[in-house]
Unconditional design. Sequence first.
Length: 321
Amino acid sequence: MKPILGLVVPCYNEEAVLRDTLDSLKAVVADLVTRQLVDPASRIYCVDDGSRDNTWQIIQEESLRSAAVCGVKLAGNVGHQNALMAGLSTATADCDIMISIDADLQDDTAVIADMVNAYLDGADIVYGVRKSRESDSFFKRNSALMFYKMMNALGTKTIYNHADYRLMSRRATEKLLAFRERNLFIRGIVPTIGFRTATVYYDRHPRLAGESKYPLKKMLSFAVDGITSFSIRPIRLIFATGIIMLIATLTVSLYVLLAYFHGNTIPGWTSLMLSLWFIGSLVLISLGIIGEYIGKIYIEVKDRPRFFIEKTIIQQKETTF
Ligand code: UDP
Ligand code: MG
């Protein structure tokens, strides 16, 4: 049996591109069906993320024109990541594999077939990775590079140049949906799920039409989410700074005491200097210790799944040794 494919497309004020996008995606699905890679029941899920323009009307019209087009209308704008989760949770009911793709078709649809092939070869998660960032502005290119480097330095597994263009099998999607946290950074969660993964490489185009829904402000807050949702190393940094300051305090104390005994100080300087440095490092170390507990609380509160079992072998027969 061929797998049923569900393309999940989050749409926020996308009236300028949506019709063209759906035409291209329908053609892609039709082609996959003809090549007998996916089941004819495969479909496209458009998630309207509380758009204020005609996005939902377009989805409605298109769903009447083609049985392949499904629509999910969210009651309000909840952001790209939440909209994706909503679409994935709807699609898992009927589909065997889901591919998430942006409505502006910046991600090359030509590799969808490669993703499906990788799935058929046994991968549960297939990452779409950009070959280069030539279509980006100088600023976006370099800020993105810095961000990935920082994420990795802070100990979070992220796939370099991979955003949210990926295929996931139903069981992998179900695992992703088990993460109940609110500060969602899906591309950071997926690599922690496990299972066999594969990668396909593609060139990212400029947006078809309309404008980016990720202005600098949203991009920065997304980046902060990415770091603070996965790492408590910034807290450890406070503690480490406290220790370094304490060591520095010893050196400074030596200097201050020497100056005092040589008599070239004014009254009060020695005691002030000593207490200033000592209390400073003590405060930082205390903050680091408290932070360590807050970090623990934070991790517990997120209540992430501890593990996922891929397979088990449980014997039902009576044992004969
Ligand atoms: N999007 C969404 N909700 C939002 C913002 C964006 O569903 O609040 C969707 C948007 O319609 C698009 C995708 O997320 O399909 C990525 O947005 P965009 O292409 O504007 O981001 P960029 O490619 O510029 O980073
Ligand atoms: Mg885009």
